[in-house]
Design a protein around this ligand. Sequence first.
Ligand SMILES: Nc1nc2c(ncn2[C@@H]2O[C@H](COP(=O)(O)OP(=O)(O)O)[C@@H](O)[C@H]2O)c(=O)[nH]1
Ligand SMILES: [Mg+2]
Length: 211
Amino acid sequence: MDDLSDSSQPDFDHLFKLLLIGDSGVGKSSLLQSFTSNNFEDLSPTIGVDFKIKLVTLGGKKLKLAIWDTAGQERFRTLTTSYYRGAQGIIMVYDVTRRETFSDLSDVWAKEIDLYSTNPDCIKMLVGNKVDKEGERVVTKREGIEFARQQGCLFLECSAKTRTNVEQCFEELVLKILETPSLLAQGSKGLRKDIFKQRQPETISSSSGCC
Ligand SMILES: Nc1nc2c(ncn2[C@@H]2O[C@H](COP(=O)(O)OP(=O)(O)O)[C@@H](O)[C@H]2O)c(=O)[nH]1
Ligand SMILES: [Mg+2]
């Protein structure tokens, strides 16, 4: 019973589920790491948890953000409906130095969102990561802006490595969610339990099964 959904003390006004999607290697886990713990380190490609929690105060509200990261399943394009279910915000990440990660957003990921996202009002943020590697850039900012316009998403370029614009990626998305009444209603009640339902800490303990 003593799980995260047991809210005996209401320490936040809204709980939002945010997702990170995009090709393997674009820097999703690094962005999350950079946002939630203020440092950048070389992460192993597979992290053993499904989401991280961050408490923030934005727009005068105390918010609990449950930010979901893939544990490497995106490599096999096997993110399931439960990953998308109930999300108020989706961050679509590409690597400005790898064009295929940008084209996969329209070829693969935007289609998945259409298929699986249960929230018609869900806010999307397009993020071009690794701008610290300016010399290796192959996707221009202009292209990012244009794609975001087509998709109706917010847009930012950032670097998880230097932390440039990392907070802004999450904050602009959350501020937009706060402006959307239908999403606010979901984030304050009801969905709390659902958000934490899927495969909670068992992935952590699964590594040491032997006597
Ligand atoms: N130069 C640079 N490298 C990055 C940046 N973000 C991530 N990386 C590196 O890109 C690789 C993949 O990052 P990771 O976060 O595991 O990507 P994920 O598969 O999308 O979760 C790692 O070697 C990271 O250190 C960035 O902003 N700049
Ligand atoms: Mg990752």
